[in-house]
Ligand binder design. Sequence first.
Ligand SMILES: Cc1cc2nc3c(=O)[nH]c(=O)nc-3n(C[C@H](O)[C@H](O)[C@H](O)COP(=O)(O)OP(=O)(O)OC[C@H]3O[C@@H](n4cnc5c(N)ncnc54)[C@H](O)[C@@H]3O)c2cc1C
Length: 430
Amino acid sequence: MSPKIIPVQTSTEFPSSTSVVIIGGGIVGLTAALTLAERGIPVVVLEKGKIAGEQSSRNLGWIRKTSRVAQDIPLAQMSDRLWKEMPSRVGREVGYRQAGIMFIARDETQMANHENWLKSVQHLDIDSRLLTANQIAGLVPMGRGNWTGGIFTASDGRAEPTLASSAIANAAMKKGAIIIENCAVRTLVTIAGKVTGVYTEKGEIKCDEVLLTGGLWSRKFLANHGVKLYTLPLICSVLRTKPMQGPTDIAVGAPDFSFRKHQDGGFIITQRGKLDAPLTLDHLLIGSQYLSQLKGQRNFLKIGLGKYALQDLSLPRRWDKDQISPFEKIRTMDPQPNIQLNQDALNNLKAAWPMFDQAKIEQAWAGVIDVTPDSNPVIDQIDQIKGLTVATGFSGHGFGTSPAAGQLAADLVSNYPLIIDPKPYRFDRF
Ligand SMILES: Cc1cc2nc3c(=O)[nH]c(=O)nc-3n(C[C@H](O)[C@H](O)[C@H](O)COP(=O)(O)OP(=O)(O)OC[C@H]3O[C@@H](n4cnc5c(N)ncnc54)[C@H](O)[C@@H]3O)c2cc1C
């Protein structure tokens, strides 16, 4: 079960037309909707399940520049600014705290990775700095880990996934957006290669532009229209403790665990060193694009078959507007958390900061991440289908950049000046 977001009263009306349809009510689609609504552009968000029911409620809430590739940093920097403004923009708390993010290294190789990253972003205005073991102990006391060193970015932070999407959705609706839940979009409607609307399970909505922010499902949706998007799934398991005394407000990532403080005083913990990688048919079709990524990350992945793979095999790969689509068959992707990985994470954390011996697990969940071959999203217009823009493939770090990513998508859709240069996110780069 995913963490519960603050409930949102979505619309019951079903309009026959609008300017922009957004497919997918995760945080990227919702932020784009908010931006369009603020510009007075009629927009309808269609969500097959519940808003933020998939990745956008299940993530860790980290908002970081640290360890992003240099080309991705302008999006993260712009998002920092937008997160700061978010509470006044949406009139509600989103849990944003600029409490810093630290990554710590257990050996020289891991430390060299941090040093190399810092060198690679030296031309950018970033406050990241390397740390010695003593400095780590000063910032995160009461540990007994034997760290080689680390890296710290004071301007990184976190927000609460259970607050942010609801607050953004409510603000978007207040400004005129229509959001409809339990409404899967089956196909696009096109005339002469140009979008004229969408077919949903509840009927057709005519529109001028479509923005696809379908997360994990975008690849299937586009494949049905003959458009190839490169994403593969990874499953990340998470646990949340009951409120407890912790060593710091800083979010800390070690090689085999991470923790960050939750707004209720508990901690959100994950095994940073291992992710479940379910094998699917897509691995045969596009896996070769991922070979260089696999080389570097083989030890991080628990590759195997499993429930997710079987479920994926059972879904149709082609359908038309009158047929039930995969999006109705699975309203909310809710994978089982890997209890062993969660337990390993907690044990590794206890060994490093013994005060976590008192941790009591309150909740565990998992989420499926949509990963592109270079781990950066696609935010672009699709040449093959005029009037279609996508913002998807956020590869496990799209919560932090969602404010600027949603705005960039909205800029593309509404022909506004672009918030940042979209070049790193081109669709045709693979
Ligand atoms: C466990 C975990 C930890 C993470 N930790 C972090 C983190 O700390 N920091 C960070 O920055 N990022 C993190 N991420 C990644 C982050 O959550 C995602 O990048 C981000 O939420 C992506 O948002 P989205 O709107 O693109 O996708 P989603 O939230 O997945 O939303 C897509 C929505 O589209 C809907 N949809 C799809 N197809 C259709 C259709 N045809 N019709 C109607 N609706 C449709 C889906 O139901 C879904 O609700 C994590 C992810 C996970 C799973």
